[in-house]
Design a protein around this ligand. Structure first.
Ligand code: TRP
Length: 327
């Protein structure tokens, strides 16, 4: 069976950007593939952070993922730092990963330009990511567009390691990206990607009334100054959210009402709010239940880590054997 691996940073409760851009897709993919889903806490320490906050964000992320429908009986959900083979393989890969490629990563250039003091981990972040994926010899990696460069580096690491230590038959498969259908969700300001640091998010677990307060002032097509001005659905963020949350007939209806000025933007937002509530209410309910039984979260993560480790240990044993470690 085809195996997939994906990781998400422990940023706390999911917002609808990372829900639509990642986790909703994970829920669909777990039906068809053997799935490994990892909360990558070691990736989260390459920039300044608070230890107590990291613990809480990791837990909240696990709750959000489970509430979204990732089923721990079907998928392997675990926290990266509970499987030490990730860092072990990352060190090994440091000896084959090309420095030039790492320095050229857009994310590194971006993040390092905003830091006063740059940790080496920010540079080698994609090496740990390659270790995450290759430890499980995953064939497919569901990611957003912004991760394609990191994935290319994982492929290069696999090629380099194979060429050096397993030339006859490649030991590591070269993982392929499976680009998430809703790759980029814009924030409610309509001008930048939805992101916690920009404060333009809608939380997955927010109450309907709170979501409505955020939708009301959200930016729409600037051409719709008056109620009677027709708009262009494709340029409006609200329309894109309809495509993610509303049924296809509603999406078609919205497009007509917008381009003929049949509806005002506020009418359109009301319909979006109904669609969002319909999808998110059950998620919020599940999150409440999960939060009420902390043991269930611990059990799911512990069993995920155990199952992941069984695979990870085998890979590391074979890797070390081929590299000349041990007797
Ligand atoms: N770098 C990814 C992100 O920021 C997270 C990640 C870490 C990941 N390891 C991974 C994604 C392995 C896919 C596969 O979104």
């Amino acid at each position: 069976m085809t195996r997939i691996f994906s990781g998400i940073q422990p940023s706390g409760e999911l917002h609808i950007g990372n829900y639509l851009g990642a986790v909703k897709n994970w829920v669909a993919l777990q039906q068809r593939f053997e799935s490994f889903y990892c909360i990558v806490d070691y990736h989260a320490i390459t920039v300044e952070y608070e230890p107590a906050a990291l613990r809480e964000r990791t837990r909240d992320m696990a709750i959000s993922i489970l509430a979204s429908g990732v089923d721990p009986a079907r998928s392997i959900l675990f926290v990266q730092s509970s499987v030490p083979e990730h860092t072990e393989l990352a060190w090994i890969f440091n000896s084959v990963a090309p420095l030039g490629e790492l320095e050229r990563q857009t994310q590194f250039k971006d993040k390092s330009s905003r830091q006063e003091s740059i940790a080496v981990g920010l540079l080698t972040y994609p090496v740990l990511q390659a270790a995450d994926i290759l430890l499980y010899k995953a064939d497919l990696v569901p990611v957003g567009e912004d991760q394609l460069q990191h994935l290319e580096l994982s492929r290069e690491v696999a090629r380099k390691w194979n060429a050096r230590f397993s030339p006859a038959t490649p030991f590591f498969p070269e993982p392929k990206a499976e680009v998430t259908p809703t790759a980029r969700v814009m924030g409610l300001d309509g001008s930048a990607k939805m992101s916690k640091s920009l404060g333009n998010t809608v939380g997955l677990l927010e109450e309907p009334a709170a979501i409505w307060e955020k939708l009301k002032p959200a930016v729409t097509d600037p051409a719709r100054v008056r109620r009677t001005d027709p708009g262009t659905p494709e340029v409006c963020n609200i329309y894109h959210l309809h495509k993610a949350f509303s049924p296809p007939e509603t999406v078609r209806h919205v497009a007509v009402q917008c381009s003929t000025a049949g509806w005002g933007c506020i009418d359109c937002k009301k319909v979006l709010h109904e669609s969002m509530t319909a999808e998110l209410a059950p998620v919020r309910e599940r999150a409440k239940e999960i939060r009420a039984s902390p043991i269930a979260v611990d059990t799911a993560l512990r069993s995920g880590a155990e199952r992941a480790r069984t695979v990870a240990r085998d890979t590391i044993r074979e890797v070390k054997e081929r590299m000349g470690f041990g007797s």
